[in-house]
Design a protein around this ligand. Sequence first.
Ligand SMILES: [Zn+2]
Length: 506
Amino acid sequence: MEFTVGNTHSQLGGVYVLRRHISLSTLSLLFLSGFLSCNLNAQVAQKSPALGIPQAPPLVGDTIALALEAQNWLVDLIKINTTNPPGNEQAAAKYIAGILAKEGITADILDLAPGRSAVVARLRSSAVADPSKALLLVAHMDVVGVDRSKWSVDPFGGVIKDGYIWGRGSLDDKSMLAANLASFIALKRGNVHLNRDVIFLGTADEEQFGDASMKMVIAKYWDKIASGFAINEGGKVVLGKDGKVQYVALQAAEKVSVNVTLTVTGKGGHASTPTKDNPVVHLAAAVDKIGSYNTPVHLTSIVHRYFEALAPLEDEETSKWMKVIDTPDRGEHAIRYLAEASPMWNSMMRDTIAPTILQAGFRGNVIPSEARAVLNIRLVPGDTIDVLVNDLKKLVNDPQVKFEIAPEGGLAAPNSSLENDFFYLITRACAQEFGGVPVIPFMSTGATDSAQLRLHSVQAYGLRPFPINEADDARVHGDEERLPLASFPKGVDLMVHIVAEFSVTR
Ligand SMILES: [Zn+2]
């Protein structure tokens, strides 16, 4: 392999965003690995100087042709309707196993429930696996449902039109599934020497987190996916209004979802003679108090890093407040400003409580004897549901209102490290792919399969590698979900780059 110096600017870009958090030894490691990757960058410089995008890591071949193949897999995967419920992920698992079989890779279909399976395959680095080093590529195969009347194309047609791939799962998460598959196959085709096992995993039931989910894969098949590092959905490559990538949000933590049910009982009876214990009135008052309650602020280390890194990219006013979020004199106002500016920022700074279901009554002239409400609570990792529910009981201050915490709540997982070689490598690869953009550590307000992995000491990072603007991002779980055609090969290239650099011995 020939070494030529190229794309030095991006290398520095990658280092720059880490400025305050790296030790000298890490810095030298970074430069060393940066040097090793120069041959990748040289290809870039030759092939697409205008875009500055690395295109052909020579170890694993041309990603342009590969991305075109992967685009066909994505279209096929969209056509396999895996709406959850019922999921029917087994069909997608079999499709993927078929693609892998053509490459000489034997995949395992892991049966979880009738019609529901995960699919796993492994490329070995040596006869004896070292799970602590292994890299897991994970994406889920199920999708959420659609309201067909709101779509201009068949959501399961795999339609390519007007510069987009349309369909349920085109963003969440079948594009990542196809890009992971491409990265995995690139290693096999490249006949490379791996320094760690690389494991491909397609999961089921991510959207409902039920009996066929990652939880079950871990419980029944952990030995097949045991790994030290993972890359999954959960982050994003943010495309600005000018069509340029602004930054990459890399998910290293996520909030924890817990449902709490409020139940109020009373005598009930004829609506012509109401009494003071009407459950509807008590429940409505409780929901009103909870709905307007501001939970205490809890800024985690990742959220600190997020605001610190995002500040230079925001407008002057927002930037000003992001920078003083920690200060004793202006911090409080800063938090209020940011919470009002963005529901997501608000949710990153505190536990949130969203009343989502109300149930009471069955006839207009009858006072019901019971009324219920469901609160969906998203905890900042480190906060506990018991403490919050106690606060809510005091706030509601009504013995008629009973609180019940659902046993199936998520578990708080530790953050993934922002100080290991894999994190640095992702940071550097993103900077190279997208012209020196910063990578910003991020805590997602939504849940992913990564929490389960982090609970098993896996350093899991969330990255959806395709550049997407805000408007298209808002279509996730909504109508007319679509992926820009031009973004797909960039995401494939980034994934191939990350996976090859981390796992191939040069
Ligand atoms: Zn998803």
